[in-house]
Design a protein around this ligand. Structure first.
Ligand code: MLC
Ligand code: AMP
Length: 494
């Protein structure tokens, strides 16, 4: 049996999850996930890596289903609750999902889509085990999960992680961040991304700790829960710290005092998934006496580099490689041996994903001599890694979501009034980057931001674009005749 599950059996009556004011023990989780595994198996003995899509909001049910799929030998494909029909169409079709499991309220909405793709759609509450049978023995080498991530191709790619990858990702963090079964963590991050799935959910469950699932981040709700509970670990993205600070700055003295104390008493507060501005880092320390631990990760590798739990947590740096992770910086095929010289972060280790789903060529190009090419540029500075940014202008990180500029451009070019466009990310204090669009229009046409937002939101979720827009008569070109995005970016920054 996979260690995540055998551990859980040992934790028995300990509380695993608090959700909607109800507590669920590890035994509840083991029983419910076994039942779901048996129901998914139906007449089979092993799902043999069949892809099972699930569109379930963060909840106790979500975790039972994730575990049920794994226990039955399936590959779980967690999908974003806010994905548009077009995005879902891509995820379902691309990963060749056989069954989509969701809540009652989504069945009608998705039925046409799943029918068109010849995919079964099932309601989670309707899943019943016909017979009690022994669950398959799953080798850690088998595929466990596909997460979709945007990149320099215009459609998101499926990142395949094996059980062994997931175990290695969890174990590195348990060790580095000294997780214990006495920990208690609030979960408010989306559960179709690695940060939420590994750091907020799987680490505590591995060690026998307690999680309170709060649903999507909502500043009032999170503050209310922090005042009510004694959380010991907190992990969030920089935009969330920004939002908390915005709120805190407007609070009355009494609530402020209690909140300060609650934050101060936590044993560990972390930030990652995007760069943490030093201003937020400093303000947070001033407010809570907590020095945020910044770490660096990626869907393809889980967490790779982290400031230490004990030792210097340096603002602006991401620290040192996590246990079992090997890092080097490379420039034009050569390893950089000296400090202060930028190079691409290359990653090796048992955490590193196995492949991009059914994309052998892209997978091959993403590795060099066994090193995964992250696409992020960093330097080593006084022994710590410091991220300088992405090597591609086509990748935007906004609210810690990775966004492909190419995917947005593709969508905008379908608009009948748009002749040419360039999408770039521009710096923003709250969001890290915001999406900016430069357009040239078909003669005599006019377009408003509202028009564009309505148009793009039909295709793309997560990012309500555009935040900023330029309409120009001609976009700057480079010598190859391609749109010069750096020039476009500059035009927004002036
Ligand atoms: C939303 N808004 C934006 C925006 N998103 N504005 C600019 N840019 C964006 N990207 C606007 C909305 O239009 C709305 O405006 C207002 O902000 C509130 O919208 P919301 O959707 O309710 O936002 P909020 O709930 O505050 O969400 C922000 C967030 C969320 C940061 C909580 O984006 C989030 O959960 N991000 C985490 C993503 C994540 O987990 N990434 C990890 C990937 S894994 P109005 O005008 O209508 O009020 C990874 C690896 C690793 O990166 O290292 O971990
Ligand atoms: P994703 O593909 O959504 O998993 O996002 C991974 C990317 O997030 C990385 O390649 C980095 O570009 C970015 N990232 C993650 N953590 C950090 C960090 N601490 N500082 C800067 N960028 C980060």
């Amino acid at each position: 049996m996979l260690k995540l599950f055998s551990n859980a059996q040992d934790y028995g009556e300990r509380i695993a999850i608090v959700y909607n004011n109800k507590s669920y023990t590890y035994k509840d989780l083991v029983d419910a996930s076994n039942h779901l595994a048996q129901s998914l198996l139906s007449e089979e003995n092993d799902l043999e890596e069949e892809r099972i899509g699930f569109l379930i909001p963060p909840s106790f049910d979500y975790v039972c289903l994730q575990w049920g799929i794994w226990k039955a030998g399936g590959v779980g494909v967690p999908l974003s609750i806010s994905a548009t029909e077009l995005e879902l169409n891509h995820f379902l079709k691309n990963s060749k999902i056989s069954v989509l499991i969701t809540n009652g309220e989504n069945i009608d909405r998705l039925k046409n889509l799943t029918d068109a793709l010849n995919i079964k759609i099932k309601e989670l509450n309707g899943l019943e085990a016909k017979q009690i049978k022994t669950l398959p023995n799953i080798s850690p080498k088998r595929k466990a999960m596909i997460l979709y991530t945007s990149g320099t191709t215009n459609k998101p790619k499926g990142v395949v992680s094996t059980h062994a990858n997931i175990e290695a990702q969890i174990c590195a963090l348990i060790k580095a961040w000294e997780w214990t079964r006495e920990d208690f963590i609030p979960l408010f991050l989306p559960l179709h991304h690695i940060h939420g799935i590994i750091n907020s959910l799987s680490c505590p469950l591995w060690i026998g700790a307690k999680i309170e699932i709060l649903g999507a981040f909502e500043v009032e709700n999170v503050i209310h829960s922090i005042l009510k509970n004694k959380y010991s670990v907190f992990t969030a993205v920089p935009t969330i710290y920004f939002s908390l600070l915005e709120k805190i700055e407007k609070m009355n003295e009494k609530d402020l005092g209690n909140l300060k104390m609650s934050f101060k008493e936590m044993r560990l507060m972390m930030s990652g998934s995007a760069a943490l501005a030093s201003e937020i880092h400093k303000k947070w320390t001033k407010f809570t006496d907590q020095i945020l631990l910044e770490r660096y990760g990626m869907t393809e590798v889980g967490m790779a580099i982290s400031n230490p739990f004990i030792g210097e947590r340096r603002p602006g740096s991401v620290g040192l490689p996590l246990p079992q992770v090997k890092i080097c910086l490379m420039d034009k095929g050569k390893v950089i041996e000296v400090e202060d010289t930028p190079g691409e972060i290359m990653i090796k280790g048992p955490q590193v994903f196995s492949e991009y789903w059914e994309e052998p060529e892209i997978t091959k190009k993403s590795f060099m001599n066994g090193w995964f090419k992250s696409g992020d540029v960093a330097i080593l500075e006084k022994g710590y890694y410091k991220i300088l940014g992405r090597d591609s202008v086509d990748i935007i990180k906004s609210g810690a979501y990775k966004i492909s500029a190419l995917e947005i451009e593709d969508t905008l070019l379908k608009h009948p009034s748009i002749k040419e466009c360039a999408v770039v990310g521009i710096e923003d204090k709250k969001w890290g980057e915001i999406v900016a669009v430069s357009l040239t229009l078909v003669d005599q046409e006019v377009i408003s931001i509202k028009d564009l937002q309505t148009w793009s939101s039909a295709f793309l979720s997560n990012y309500k674009i555009p935040r900023k827009m330029n309409i120009v008569s001609e976009l700057p070109k480079n010598s190859m005749g391609k749109i010069n995005k750096l020039e476009v970016k500059k035009s927004f920054l002036i």
